[in-house]
Structure formats: C-alpha cells, structure tokens
Design a protein around this ligand. Sequence first.
Ligand code: HMG
Ligand code: MG
Length: 286
Amino acid sequence: SPQTYVEIFEVGPRDGLQNEKRMIPTAEKIALVDLLSRAGFKRLEVASFVSPKWVPQMADSAQVLAGITRASGVSYAALTPNMRGYEGAKAAKADEIAVFASASEGFSKANLNCTIAESIERFLPIIEAAKTDGIPVRGYISCVTDCPFDGPTPPAAVADLAEKLDALGCYEISLGDTIGQATPESLTAMLQAVLAKVPAARLAGHFHDTSGRACDNIEAALALGLRVFDAAVGGLGGCPYAPGAQGNVATEAAMARIESLGYRTGLDAQIINQAADMARKMRESA
Ligand code: HMG
Ligand code: MG
C-alpha cells in the first residue's frame, strides 16, 4: 500500500537564521533557499517582515525574495506581525504569509510588545487584506506547552487561541514548542485539547529541540493524526525573544524519524544533507 505522506515545512531560512548574531550576507541566504528549492519541499519559509530594530537579521527579506530562483510548485512564505509587514510581504511577492501569536501573555509581550488580544486585533486587517489579495495565511501559536516567562501553558489557552485563528481563516495552525520544553505527555495533553476544536488536517507541529525531545514529540503528534511538521536544516534557529530557545528540530533528523515510522516525506536526502552542511557553515563563520 502507498505510504502516507507527511510534509516537512522547511523554516530554516527564517526561524533558523533569525537568531544568528553574524549578519549573514543576502547572497548566502539566497544560495541556501535555492538549494532547498530542489529538495522536494512544498513550502519554504524564507522571510520575515518584522521590525529591523527587533530582528536585524531579517532586514533583507525583500532582497531575499527578489533574489531567489522560484521553483514551480513551491510556496515561499513570510512572517507578518502587522499591516506594515503585510504590505512588505505582498510587495515582495511572498506566496503565503503567517501571523504569529502566543498562548502565553509573557511571551506575547516579549515578542510582539502587546497582549494576546491586541495581537489578534492586529491580525484582523492582515487576514482581511490577504483574503482580498488571494494570499493564504498560516497562523502560529508559540509557547504551546511552556513559556519562558509564565511557566506551563494551560492546554485550554492553546485550544481557545487555535479555535480563534481557525475561525479567522488561517488555513493551518502551527503549534510551537518555542523553548523545546514539551514532553510527549505534555504535548499530547495540549494536542487533545486543541483537537477538540480544530481538526488535525489543519494543524502542524513546530518543535524546537532544546531538550532533545523534538523527534519524540513529532512521533507523539503523528500518533494523534498531525501530518505537517516544521523543521530547519542543520537544526539552526531559536527565537531572540525566548531566552533559552534553541534550534528547530533538524530537517534531516525529523525526516529520518518520520521515514523510520513508515511515512513518506518526498525529500531528497542528498540535497537535504548538502543544505544542512551549508546551513551549519553559515553559523560556523560567525
Ligand atoms: P513596537 O516597538 O511595539 O512597535 O514593535 P512600533 O510600531 O513602535 O515599531 C517599532 C519600530 O519598528 C518603528 O520604527 C516602526 O516603524 C518599525 P521607528 O519609528 O522606531 O523608526 N516597524 C517595522 N519596520 C519594518 N517592518 C515592520 C514594522 N513594524 C514596525 N513590519 C513589532 C512591534 C510587532 C513591530 C515588533 O514587536 C516586532 O517586529 N516583533 C517581531 C519579533 C519577531 O520577529 N520574533 C521572531 C519571530 S516569532 C518566532 O520565532 C516564533 C515561531 O517560530 C513559532 C515558535 O517557535 O513558537 C514563529
Ligand atoms: Mg520557532
């Protein structure tokens, strides 16, 4: 019987690089994206139209989107925290955008300088404009099990926010273990609460590997029906506003775990390894 497809959404050029201290030349980012474009991904997150005062590394997002060679069938995604970011992403011809909220107030304040409710208010015009412009919107929720400021996150807080983003029109909601503290047990409890409100087909897992449990957490989420996972080649990454946040689960590790469980990712292992090398070298030259 044909194997079930599990999609890995490559976020390395965004989540992987945003935290790097060295200002990575635009040409290096473009080279990484161009290599990743040949690996078999359907979606690549490559840009972030946030304040350059907050995240200087993403200041060249428009140049990255302008400089890459777009592969057909690949959607190039960008983060947009506000309307200004949306206008930037649209002008740069991002194929899809993402709004990002937090399930905890402490991280919302640290990352977006506003409350959760205020962040939703900011997303409304973005989602409205994107609908008019025919640009799909993904939604992120950070700190789905643990917050670096507020401690453990109640599953109901995640479920309520997921339901809200789903109702607003986000086509998929990516659940972020921002600081890599989830266990398969805490993750499962959170997912069960969310699944009561949003079907697995519209959810994704976004796990950072701070504690080395990201692959186990992918496995727990697979068991509950999730079929999309965010990852970053070479395990790069971390959020500058989440103390202790480390890299995303490495794409190569996620791919190996997912395929070992009998699923198909459709990714070219040789290109993934090449891209992981490239990504690690980008960090080493720091
Ligand atoms: P603020 O300081 O409250 O708002 O920041 P502001 O409106 O006063 O803006 C500050 C300055 O930035 C102003 O410039 C604005 O013009 C400018 P000034 O007047 O001082 O010269 N500005 C912008 N510039 C370019 N593009 C924009 C933009 N907006 C304002 N879009 C703001 C509020 C939302 C802007 C800020 O908090 C911000 O940019 N935050 C983003 C933080 C971020 O990018 N974090 C990482 C991504 S999230 C993540 O990694 C988690 C995730 O991976 C999932 C997970 O792991 O959990 C997705
Ligand atoms: Mg992240």
